[in-house]
Design a protein around this ligand. Structure first.
Ligand SMILES: Nc1nc2c(ncn2[C@@H]2O[C@H](COP(=O)(O)OP(=O)(O)OP(=O)(O)O)[C@@H](O)[C@H]2O)c(=O)[nH]1
Ligand SMILES: [Mg+2]
Length: 363
């Protein structure tokens, strides 16, 4: 269209194109140039095939819709199974430094992190989420980064091994072989059906430090205080200091309501205990082909952005605490971008613990 250009940035255009398949965009109508009238709009946009409409407001929000059928003036309703709405919020997309130097810094920051809770040398992060979301893979991934090679300690798999025990992972920093000040606690996956998967009542016991490492979960009956496996007087080091909900980016929109109810019940308990909560949005590579090709585009992907927003709403966790990750799954070798995204996620959880320190005493 000569020298008339859309206001959409290149990144926003690529994000939209990544949802539409192999297409190129052509500007048909720009209200500020062609006139803010329905007649001017229809003159340029009718019968043009699939169309994207984009609006901009003064707060920097960009929003719009896609229709696969042409605009026309027949006045009749149209049916379009391909139509969708989208928004970009006004904040600039998060910038990550993807350099080797930053990877080193992120690792150093984690290794040297000092928990501010008295008598606690290691922060315990509890991973909770539906079956197959990537909890065990996240433990393996963080272990791999600090071990300098892909490690598969925790058993993972879609139809294969599923976690049935409470498993805590001490992670050694390669340099000195010292355990990191963060312990990842893996759990059994949540399931939609009542009486299947992790029993929600076990979560309070885990969080309060009553459940020991390697405890075999029973979906039907939560661990009872009379049981020998129940730690009667846990210390501050046994308690959970941070909760991360591990959610598959591909499944957030279709999450069954019963599963969402379980997550809401869990969140309400954790919130009452004053424990900081995060969401790790996994499998961003499977969710968006652009991200699969280049993980560095993760914060530019419109699709991932909408999934992050959706996860924040459904889980009731503030947007700043919802972070995208790609775990190691089939890979044989470490990848710097993958490491940096995972390390950024861990780093983001650490200062949160510091801010909420004062409320931890009431657990
Ligand atoms: N592509 C991709 N695959 C992933 C990612 N995270 C996990 N996976 C794969 O998803 C499957 C399930 O991962 P797990 O780590 O076993 O999931 P989980 O949450 O521990 O599952 P349960 O123990 O059954 O609750 C495995 O095949 C992983 O390789 C990811 O970020 N990207
Ligand atoms: Mg698992």
């Amino acid at each position: 269209m000569g020298s008339i250009h859309p206001r959409l940035t290149q990144a926003q255009q690529s994000a939209l194109c990544s949802q539409l398949g192999n297409v190129s965009l052509k500007l048909l109508y720009k209200a500020s140039v062609h006139g803010y009238t329905a007649a001017a709009f229809h003159q340029r946009c009718d019968d043009q095939g699939p169309t994207l409409s984009v609006g901009y407001n003064n707060s920097g929000h960009v929003f719009g819709g896609y229709t696969s059928i042409s605009f026309n003036q027949s006045g009749a309703w149209g049916n379009d199974g391909m139509a969708f709405l989208f928004t970009f919020n006004g904040e600039p997309s998060k910038k990550i430094d993807w350099t080797t130097a930053n990877k080193g810094k992120l690792m150093y920051d984690i290794e040297t992190y000092k928990p501010t809770i008295s008598s606690v040398s290691q922060i315990r992060v509890l991973l909770i989420g539906p079956v197959g979301a990537g909890k065990s893979s996240f433990c393996n991934s963080i272990k791999s980064i600090f071990g300098g090679q892909v490690i598969k300690q925790a058993l993972t798999g879609i139809s294969g091994p599923t976690t049935t025990q409470f498993l805590t992972y001490d992670i050694k920093a390669r340099a000195e072989g010292k355990p990191l000040p963060i312990v990842l606690c893996d759990t059994m996956g949540l399931e939609e059906t009542t009486g299947a998967g992790l029993n929600v009542d076990d979560i309070s016991s885990i969080v309060r430090g009553h459940i020991l490492d390697k405890y075999q979960f029973n979906s039907l009956v939560p661990l009872q205080p009379e049981s020998r496996a129940y730690k009667k007087s846990p210390g501050p080091q046994d308690k959970i200091h941070c909760v991360a909900y591990v959610i598959d980016a591909n499944k957030i929109s279709t999450m069954p309501s019963k599963l969402e109810d379980k997550l809401t019940a869990i969140r309400n308990k954790i919130t009452l205990l004053g424990i900081p909560q995060f969401v790790l949005l996994t499998k961003v590579d499977e969710a968006c082909p652009t991200v699969a090709k280049d993980l560095k585009s993760v914060y530019q992907s419109l699709y991932i952005q909408t999934k992050l927003q959706e996860a924040s709403k459904r889980l009731g966790v503030i947007p700043a605490h919802v972070v995208p990750v790609k775990n190691y799954s089939q890979e044989q070798e470490l990848d710097q971008s993958c490491d940096i995204l995972l390390l950024s996620a861990v780093n983001q959880m650490l200062p949160g613990i510091y801010r909420n320190d004062s409320t931890l005493d009431i657990i």
